[in-house]
Each structure stands twice: as structure tokens, then as C-alpha cells.
Design a protein around this ligand. Sequence first.
Ligand code: PEP
Ligand code: MN
Length: 455
Amino acid sequence: MASHEQVVQADPAVIKGLDNYRNLVAAQQPTWPDLSQLEQVRQTLAKYPPLVFAGEVDILKDRIAQAASGKAFLLQGGDCAETFADATADRIRNRVKTLLQMAVVLTYGASMPVIKMGRMAGQFAKPRSSDTETREELTLPAYRGDAVNGYDFTLESRTPDPTRLLQAYNTSASTLNLIRAFTMGGFADLRSVHEWNKGFTDNPANSRYEIMAREIDRAIKFMAACGANFSELRTTEFYTSHEGLLFDYERPMTRIDSRTGTPYDTSAHFIWIGERTRQLDGAHVDFLARVRNPLGVKLGPSTSVDDVLALIEKLDPTREPGRLTFITRMGTGKIREALPKLVEAVRDSGAQPLWITDPMHGNGITTKNGYKSRRFDDVMDEVRGFFEVHRDLGTFPGGVHVELTGDDVAECLGGSEHIDENTLESRYESLCDPRLNHSQSLELAFLVAEELATR
Ligand code: PEP
Ligand code: MN
């Protein structure tokens, strides 16, 4: 006879405490007007296929472990905020090309494997310093990224809309599909190094790149003539990343992997926690501590040694190689003072996270004509400071994190094209922070390659 007793299957998500964040303070979340609609969206998202596969995430963790031990370098870049409107083939291709070119400069210049990672296919949510924005008499919710609300300054557009989370998923999926096509389908073949430079306006960094590309071509032809097999040159690994900010997106995208029974946030390979959401007892640290992805944490100039050691304890209690990356964003005037004590304390604790520099977020300025900008010289100087600090301490400066675009914008001041405040008026497109354009990105890559080669 069949038993009437019910066998209650324990829900693995409950065992893993994935909803524990709900009991904690979650900074920077939108105020959704319609919670039942939000719940429907969350259920829909939870049924959509994962965007990345746990096996890929594990490979990335191995790659980052290599970088943390000084044998590889991480290049992470892309928009401050991706937008739905700009998820076009041309713009995605330009960003991928720019990252591939930077990676070639770094690989060739420093003779070191480079891990390529986009701030792409998911970077649709932004933390803001204020919940609201006021223009003249009108106060409206701040723009929190296309996953939450629209940029237009009207009540309708600024009201958070949960269906945008679905559009964020779909736009991430199509962006990732194109990235995979480009990087696996022949476009990233190292024998096309010249091709990647085409279509960009002429500039000194471009020309310098051309010279290097010719040398690479000669080296490849030489190796081919020697009978070398080039299957490794045909495709390249390319990983995605974004700030893990919105629980209403990241939680439904987190799945229990059937091979290992452990949770992975399948919205991207790598997730980072921002400077504004890394509170030790906050919801973001608790939630992301429970997923298996490699994690980043942004560290600003006021970070204390205690904060860093406690973050390691929470996010990487077993000191798993490749698990944790610290992304320092100190500002050019502060890095040489603020960074050494952190790196030293971590080194002495025996932990081995990857250290990378974000030379963008500590160097924001507002120009006289009202643009959020950054001086290219400050960006370059923070990179130099980062290398100096690690050189002095005998630790490895393992990567760069930059906001960039392949498009011909003028958002950061200076560089070899000498972009000035007036030029910003004609070619400023970012809805959020200013990005390096194609030429500035290449220039930065040449500097980093030199620093790495002479380390
Ligand atoms: C960002 O990366 O766009 C950002 C908001 O950074 P941070 O958390 O370092 O301020
Ligand atoms: Mn930014």
C-alpha cells in the first residue's frame, strides 16, 4: 500500500542559504512600484537558461589563480553602463576588437598570457550616490541603469520597471552570443591582428599598433614555415563580468550546478562587489560569499587593513586559488599612500588574492562646462603608482580594470589626440562614467605592457 507520508525534499537553495541576504541590509536596490509584477519577473528569469556554464566559470577561476601567482595578467574592460540601445553588432564588435588589440599589446610586450574579460553582457545596473536627481524644479528617481529604469528625465521613464530585468537578460544573451561568435568563429584568429585595427580613425596609438602587428605577423609566418601547428591561435577564451548589484536579477540567475551540487551565479563568469555595497555585514557580501564564481571587490582609498582581511575571511575562507580579486581604485594622488599597507597586510596573512588596478574610479572630475570626465594623465599615473607599489613589496600587479569603448568618443581628457573640454561637447555619449576611447585604450595598453616587461 502506498504510504501517505510525504517525503519533503530539502531545497538545495535553502541549504546553501541563498536567500539569507533578505534578512540583511541591501544597499542600492531600486524601489519597484509593483511587487507582484516583480515576483513574476523573478520567476520567469529563474526559468530562463543560464547565460554561462559552471564549467567555464571553473576554468576562469584556474586562469585567475595563474594570474594571482604571477603567471598571467587580467585585462577587464568595457562600458561603465551598457545600454540596450547600444547593444548593436558594430558597437559590440568595436569593444571586442579594442580588447583583443589591448590583449595583443600586453601579450607581446610582456610575454605573458592575458585573460580577456569584458565588462559586457550584463553591466546594466548602476549604484548611485543619490536616490534622486533634481533638475530645476523637478526631482525624480536617479537613473540606475537600463536594467532598472530609463535615462530620459520624465517620471514615466525614471520609474523602475521590473520587465527591464527580462530585457537585461535578453540583451546580455544576444551580446554574449555575438562575443562567442567573434571569439570562437575565426574573428579572433591571431593571424587577423591587422584586421582588428581597421575601421578606427587614424591616431598615433593605432600606428604603433600596426608596427607591432607586422612583427607578430612575421613571427607567425616564421613559425608556420617551421611547421608549427596553430590551432591555439584560431580561437580565444573571452569571459564576461559585471557588478553583482541587483538581487532581483542575480538571485534568479543563481542555479545549483548538477555536477557539484553547488550554486553558481550564471549571469556572468565573474562578478564584482562595488565600493558602495561591500559592507561586511551587508546583503551583497553574504549572497556572493555563497556562489562559486570568482569574485572581485572594489577597494577605494578609505579601505582599512581590517576591512580587507575581513573580506578575505568572508568571501574566501578556504583561500581557494583564483577565488578572490581585489580591484583597487584609489585615485592618482592616493594610491602610493593607501595601497601599500593593504597589500602588505594581505601578503603577510598568507592569502593570495589577485590584485588589479581600476585607474578610472578614483580620478573623476567635473569639467567647467559640466561634463563628468577623467584626465588621461591621471589614469596613466595611477597605473604607474600601482606597479610601483607592487614592485616595492615584491607582489604581483596582476591586471587592469578599465572603462572603455571602441567607439570614437571624447569623454576622457588628454591622450595623444589631446582631447580638451570643448571636444567633449561634440563626442560625449556615456550615460554614466567617462570611458577611454579606442586610441586612449591602446595607449594605456602600451604603458601597461612596458611596466609589466620592466617589472
Ligand atoms: C563602476 O565600476 O562603474 C563603479 C561604480 O565602481 P566603484 O564601485 O569602484 O565606484
Ligand atoms: Mn563607472
